[in-house]
Ligand binder design. Structure first.
Ligand code: ADP
Ligand code: MG
Length: 698
């Protein structure tokens, strides 16, 4: 059979060696198969030309026909733009370019007839189309009416005339060469049951849609398949793991847990904490190895849940360990947990990179003998030299900082893997969680402890700084403490940014009576700890820092979080930073400082921050604004994110549906032996071989 994956792109008529190199380098297209799976990013309805009079600002991409009357260069610096005043006789539209101005000047001429394609926006009664496609009427194939594909290309490609039109032509040639259908990649059972278009038909229609309905069906089929295999991969992995490993069974709730619960627990658990503990207890008693993700917004009380889970392990004769991503955090957990267990006979130890020599030896011995019951630490705890007598439960805090490989190393500590609880305060939208952590069960703490006042978030422009400082002075006078956070930048970059050092000096000048400490990522751990300690103990009133304080640090008396250059931060980062305040009983404030000029996206981010404190809402918004590739944790996750056609932000429902389909396949055919599924398992193998990320999860 004609195997497209072995056909070099350079032999396709119209490509040749030079263009082949460009396609290799710019788009990673090496074979005919790669080209065929390079999908259009949009389609233009070339069957309709709108008139400017009809435009109302709510329209998606449209097509206009007319001429440019004049050009104008406007604005300065980043706002510099080329404007072409375009008319079709029914009205005017401004065509605007912010990039490639040099290249474009002279490219287009006045009084020539053009077809313009783009998305119109209406502002102050003027219609704009930013970065439109502009083609001479004579160059547009008006004969090819209907939906035409548009392909992403790079500047480099355009310069060697490999624009969207050229790709379209190549695609046409390729598809003409397909004399027989390609081998199907889904089983006939799945195709029939879910009414999916056959593969070849879908591929043809994704590039050259017969009509809008066929396009929709082609897209559905290809998205279905893409998400299906991501899920099949994860679920197969989870099922194998379940069959391969048994879990320790923790049946007892004993003295340690009960003593803590009745004597030491300083407050009533929230409803959400109780529910999650129940879920965990159920896992621990089930005979299956627990792999649970605990999601809870900052300040929702995850540490306590983790501790109580560890106590269950202790009651059943096992040790527990808790890993944090930084030394500061490990320290803090250690202090917190020691305080919570005060008066109880449970040996807790701290192990980090800076604990060495005799102290370290003693701890290692205690772990090996089983005397040390709870170990808290950084990733130092997964080093090979650390051995446990009987490790029953591992808690990983702020999971996104640990790669999958690191998680897996934990399992080598025992013959039987310990139960694993991973915790994250970066709420992950459901669809993303299913893909990122699809092999984990998920619990959610969706309730904050009582008595917390919602943090007031305010967006403030730089020129109101005096007013801000008055407010800060007043808060400090009341005994509160203040964080001031600067974006993390390299010294060599942009001088216009106040970096941390400058900021620090400035703050020292403004607040001569205060003690001010400073923390950044480049400091030595000991120095960092010392500075943190100054703030935690209340000796310093102001902490100037980079985002190193983003994770987990807990100083309940701090009530003001000022974020400088807030436009430089992503939504989830802003939310994490805000979570550093609002931990005590006092009203807390988060102040987002920015300059006047803001991009649309930035403005939206800030608006969301001001409007809500709900981490899940923020995470959903973040996913929509940025797309999943940029979300924290996705890079190290070890799960494929180079989805070609499905969009996790939009295709959540399909993902859910497809996951159930994949689950059914795995349940029915755990040994991968049924002949009706042969196609599926073979295709999964092919995908895993070609995709480094996929291979990494097992
Ligand atoms: P996070 O989920 O961000 O890790 P923590 O576990 O640090 O949150 O808890 C935040 C604060 O809330 C801590 O000071 C903790 O003692 C307190 N806390 C936790 N659970 C409760 C509760 N049920 N009632 C009151 N305060 C609680
Ligand atoms: Mg925490």
């Amino acid at each position: 059979m004609f195997d497209l994956t072995t056909q070099d792109i350079k032999y396709l008529p119209g490509v040749g060696p030079q263009r082949a190199v460009t396609l290799n380098k710019e788009l990673g297209i090496y074979t005919l198969h790669d080209l065929l799976y390079y999908f259009p990013y949009k389609y233009v309805d070339r069957s309709r030309i709108y008139s400017i009079r009809e435009i109302d600002g709510t329209m998606p991409y449209i097509q206009l026909k007319g001429e440019i009357r004049s050009f104008e260069l406007a604005g300065e610096g980043r706002q510099r733009r080329l404007i072409a005043h375009f008319t079709d006789g029914t009205g005017f539209v401004d065509l605007v370019w912010f990039q490639g101005i040099k290249f474009l000047t002279g490219k287009y001429k006045v009084h020539q007839e053009y077809i313009v394609f783009g998305r119109p926006t209406v502002f102050n009664g003027r219609i704009n189309i930013a970065h439109p496609d502009v083609d001479l009427v004579t160059e547009v194939r008006m004969d090819a009416m209907g939906l035409r594909p548009y392909y992403n290309t790079t500047e480099k490609m355009k310069r060697s005339f490999l624009n969207s039109n050229a790709i379209e032509k190549l695609m046409g040639t390729l598809i003409q060469q397909l004399h027989e259908p390609l081998p199907e990649t889904l089983s006939s059972e799945i195709l029939t049951e879910h009414h999916l278009m056959p593969l070849t038909e879908a591929l043809v229609n994704i590039h050259f849609p017969g009509n809008a309905d066929l396009l929709r069906k082609a897209q559905y089929r290809l998205k279905f398949e893409e998400l299906f295999y991501v899920q099949l991969n994860i679920l197969r992995y989870a099922s194998d793991r379940l069959r391969k490993y048994r879990g320790y069974i923790f049946r007892r709730i004993g003295d340690v847990f009960n003593t803590f619960y009745t004597r030491n627990l300083p407050f009533e658990l929230t409803g959400a904490q109780k529910r999650v503990l129940k879920e965990i207890r159920h896992d621990l008693g089930s005979g299956r190895q627990m792999n649970r993700l605990l999601q809870g917004d900052v300040g929702s009380g995850k540490t306590l849940v983790a501790l109580m889970s560890m106590l269950i392990a202790l009651d059943n004769g096992y040790q527990a360990c808790m890993m944090a991503p930084t030394e500061i955090l490990a320290n803090q957990h250690y202090e917190t947990i020691r305080a919570l267990l005060c008066g109880m006979d449970v040996q807790v130890e701290l192990l980090t990179g800076s604990i060495r020599g005799k102290r370290r030896e003693a701890i290692l011995q205690g772990l090996a003998s089983g005397e040390v019951k709870i170990l808290i630490g950084t990733h130092a705890v997964i080093e090979d030299t650390v051995g446990f007598a009987s490790l029953g439960l591992v808690v990983i805090d702020e999971q996104h900082r640990f790669g999958v490989a690191q998680r897996a190393r934990l399992w080598t500590k025992n013959e039987q893997p310990p139960h694993v609880l991973v915790m994250t305060a970066t709420p992950i939208p459901r669809t993303l969680a299913m893909t990122l952590y699809g092999d984990l069960d998920v619990s959610v703490i969706d309730e904050l402890p009582p008595g917390r006042k919602p943090i007031a978030t305010i967006h403030q422009f730089d020129n109101r700084r005096e007013c801000l400082y008055r407010f800060v002075r007043a808060q400090i006078a009341e005994g509160r403490q203040v964080y001031i956070v600067y974006p993390l930048i390299k010294e060599s970059e942009k001088i216009d940014l106040k970096n941390l050092e400058e900021g620090y000096l400035h703050v020292c000048e403004e607040f001569p009576d205060c003690r001010i400490c400073k923390v950044h990522g480049k400091m030595k751990p000991a120095e960092k700890d010392e500075q943190m300690q100054l703030f935690a103990s209340g000796e310093a009133q102001i902490m100037v820092a980079t985002t190193v304080i983003e994770v987990g640090v807990n100083v309940p008396n701090a009530s003001v979080m000022i974020i400088e250059n807030a436009e430089r931060f992503g939504l989830s980062q802003l939310h994490q930073l805000r979570g550093r305040v609002g931990r005590g009983a006092d009203q807390s404030y988060c102040i987002l400082m920015t300059g006047y000029k803001l991009a649309d996206d930035t403005r939206k981010r800030l608006e969301i921050m001001v409007r809500t404190n709900d981490g899940f809402e923020i995470a959903e918004a973040d996913l929509k604004l940025r797309g999943p590739g940029d979300l924290e944790g996705t890079q190290q996750s070890g799960v494929a994110f180079d989805l070609k056609i499905a969009d996790l932000a939009r295709d959540g429902q399909l993902l859910q549906y497809v996951r159930e389909v994949a689950q059914k396949v795995v349940d029915e055919d755990p040994e991968r032996k049924l002949s009706k599924n042969e196609i599926l398992w073979r295709q999964l193998k092919v995908l895993r071989k070609n995709n480094v990320n996929w291979a990494a999860i097992s």
